[in-house]
Design a protein around this ligand. Structure first.
Ligand SMILES: [Zn+2]
Length: 724
């Protein structure tokens, strides 16, 4: 039987968890694992804090404490915020524990004994003032790829490139600011070019072809550029000592030891479980071909999880290599990159205090905007809109209407199924299309989950609630109840069954909401076996649709009290949270760093100019006046069949509605566009595109990476208003 060994990137214990981390890997890992568990699969979700590396030492220096004090504090805080938020790790460990030191040391020693490493004496940057070598983040300079002037010796946090110290332009010491000198030192290198030719690694590499395009892209670009040997040891004090004679004052490279943390955490998990084979059980998970190893990570960790760690595992022998690495891109915040140094971030532990009891709301929004294939943007207004317009208005409203009406018309009990089967003929089309929609949504949901497309899967889950609302709107039980209480009861019987489907379907995404729905349905008979059956039914193709059992709730079952699943978020609740972010960036502009920022901008001016398209020749004002630009609102959006770049948009202008066909399908999900305000060039001559008249053009901006974004009017702007 397949077992799933799922890992989520080890968070650095040098700061708290923010929404970018959560959306990057912890939430998707949790959603995916909850789904596997619901299906009855054997699964472990492994994580823990990464407590080594220069980032920790630097932060401790900045905070005036020892690295140990720092990691103790952040381990506790990170663990607590995950617990409070409801991420269900099977085990959450730390890389500072003896079991990890032992595991990582054994790994290094065994690779050394196999002759895998190349011992090299190289010139490394050395800070004479501070009296130490400048490994990784101790070295700062200008990124050769994106010109960011705060890039580290191992990585640029702006563009995500992995770097080596000698690639940095104008290197300087993070400790003293001094220009470093070169000194020779001995280190142990992983000859990645050679190891990429190994048969185990090459067999593994074939899998990557089926992974997300940006993961595959990074992987291929590394391989095609030609891999170089990379040092697996560092001249540092903080970390796991290199277990070799003559290697005093050196530790293992943090990216050598951190992924091994997944293994030591698994060992620790089984040790804590106890039992006769507690020292061996972890091997079943790491060394059996039945294991599917899945790494959830952010895009900045792709090279380590798709190349370096698999190489180490392959050379060690007998270990499984990753089956999937569903890395996410970055989540931005209010249109800017999240920055922990500028405090442009929403911290999870603060969210839980600011909006208590709203874990599911955050889960929903972060999955709805999950950066699965491109960077995405979290804004408080979008959060508010999704909670109010989707969770409250669609899911919450549907369940609540069914519950309230059943209490009112049917004494708070599930009506007799006979009423559901005996709906009058005029209701049959509505009933048929409702069940068809439910079946389609279930099949889609299952397929999308299996492909790690959690964002679309959540949309499919919400289709169940939409189908329910549509059915109620078409059948109007509140109107029928006086003349035909039997039919009204039959309608509510169907509505309750859809609530039951929702309770099962939403559990991976919205676990607390699932509990609430079950409570209201008085659904005590819900067993793990039943849930497993439900998901297996989902997987069946339309050919065997007869197998689907739409009737989940027993008749005469007594319902719990009707309670709202969600409450709307008011402007008063959101405004302080928006202000807080604005205030941080304003404060930043006035701080001591302002000068540095300014001089940096000046240095960059020439380079910046090259990035932009030159301004067009000037036009007279009357020419501008000929253009009719309007605020418009997208009412609905759908893909154009047979054209993967086109979306057909239904646009509201207040006084009229129009259809606009726009070539933006690669950049936006149709579901996410509904309600968005855009700028429309309203008097552009209509054009036929793929047989469809397109009346006008939506204005878009092209970012430097080629991505299209909306030129968006202010949220207050009213559809139809003239822009001039
Ligand atoms: Zn860069």
């Amino acid at each position: 039987m397949t077992r799933y060994l799922v890992t989520a990137a080890l968070p650095y214990a040098n700061g708290p968890i923010h929404l970018g981390h959560l959306a990057g890997c912890y939430l998707p890992a949790d959603v995916y694992v909850r789904w596997l568990k619901a299906r009855g699969e054997e699964v472990l979700l492994i994580c823990g804090t990464d407590e080594h590396g220069v980032a920790i030492e630097l932060r401790a220096r900045k905070e005036g404490c020892t690295p140990t004090e720092l990691v103790d504090r952040y381990y506790t805080q990170i663990k607590k915020s995950f617990d409070d938020f409801g991420i269900e790790f099977s085990h959450f460990s730390r890389t500072s524990r003896p079991i990890h030191h032992e595991t990582a040391t054994d790994f290094f020693r065994s690779l050394y004994e196999k002759g895998v490493f190349e011992e090299r004496v190289t010139e490394q940057f050395y800070d004479e003032e501070a009296g130490q070598f400048l490994a990784d983040r101790y070295l700062i300079g200008v990124c050769p790829k994106c010109s960011f002037d705060q890039a580290y010796g191992d990585q640029c946090e702006r563009c995500g490139s992995s770097l080596s110290p000698d690639e940095l332009i104008k290197p300087r010491s993070a400790l003293s600011g001094a220009t470093p000198v070169l000194r020779s030192t001995r280190n142990w290198f992983l000859p990645m070019d050679k190891l990429a030719e190994g048969s185990v690694f090459r067999t593994y590499a074939e899998r990557v072809a089926n992974w997300r395009s940006h993961v595959r892209g990074q992987f291929n670009s590394w391989i095609n550029q030609g891999l170089m040997a990379r040092s697996m040891t560092r001249d540092l004090n903080w970390g796991i000592p290199v277990p070799l004679k003559g290697a005093e004052g050196k530790v293992l490279y943090v990216w050598f030891d951190a992924p091994i943390g997944y293994i030591s955490a698994t060992r620790e998990y089984f040790r804590l479980q106890g039992g006769v084979d507690s020292e061996e059980a972890w091997k079943t998970w790491w060394q059996s071909p039945d294991t599917q190893l899945v790494h959830f990570i952010g895009k900045d960790n792709i090279v380590f999880h798709t190349i370096i760690f698999p190489m180490i595992l392959a050379e060690q022998g007998s270990y499984v290599l990753p089956a999937q690495v569903p890395a996410n891109e970055f989540l931005n915040l209010e249109g800017e990159k999240i920055s922990t140094s500028r405090n442009h971030a929403i911290w999870l532990h603060e969210y839980l205090v600011d909006l208590p009891g709203r874990q599911d709301e955050l889960r929903y929004v972060l999955t709805a905007i999950a950066p699965e294939s491109k960077d995405s943007d979290f804004t408080w207004l979008d959060y508010q809109a999704r909670v109010n317009n989707e969770l409250v208005a669609i899911l919450g409203n549907f369940v609540n209407r069914v519950m309230v009406l059943t209490h009112k018309f049917c004494n708070g009990r599930v009506p007799d199924p006979a009423t559901g089967h005996a709906l009058s003929v005029d209701l049959h089309p509505a009933l048929e299309s409702c069940w068809l929609e439910v079946d389609n949504a279930r099949e889609e949901l299952y397929a999308l989950m299996g492909e790690f497309r959690l964002r679309e899967a959540q949309v499919a889950m919400m289709r169940l609630a939409r189908a329910g609302n549509k059915f109620l709107a078409e059948t109007e039980p509140w109107k029928r109840v006086k003349e035909d209480p039997q039919t009204a009861a039959g309608i509510l019987y169907v509505g309750l069954q859809i609530c039951a489907h929702l309770a099962v379907a939403c559990e991976p995404f919205l676990p607390a909401t699932s509990q609430k729905i079950r409570g209201q349905l008085g659904w005590n008979t819900l067993s793990a076996e039943f849930i497993r059956e439900w998901w297996i039914d989902c997987a069946s193709t339309s050919d065997c649709r007869d197998r689907h059992n739409p009737h989940l709730l027993g008749s005469e079952q007594e319902l719990g009290a009707a309670v709202h699943l969600f409450t709307p978020i008011s402007n008063e609740q959101i405004q302080p949270l928006r202000d807080r972010l604005v205030r941080f960036s304003t404060a930043q502009g006035e701080s001591a760093d302002a000068q540095a920022v300014q001089s940096k901008n000046q240095n960059n001016t020439e380079m910046e100019y090259e990035k932009f398209v030159p301004v067009k020749p000037e036009v007279a004002y009357p020419d501008f006046e000929k253009l009719d630009l309007r605020v418009a609102q997208i009412r609905s959006a759908e893909r154009v069949e047979g054209a993967d770049k086109l979306l057909k948009l239904d646009i509201g202008l207040g006084f009229e509605q129009r259809v606009v066909v726009s070539g933006i399908a690669q950049y936006f999900e149709p579901e996410g566009l509904v309600g968005q305000k855009v700028v429309l060039l309203a008097n552009l001559a209509p054009r036929k595109i793929r047989g469809q008249m397109s009346q006008g053009m939506i204005l878009l901006a092209e970012n430097s990476d080629g991505r299209l974004v909306f030129a968006r009017p202010d949220a207050d702007a009213e559809p139809g208003a003239v822009i001039r």
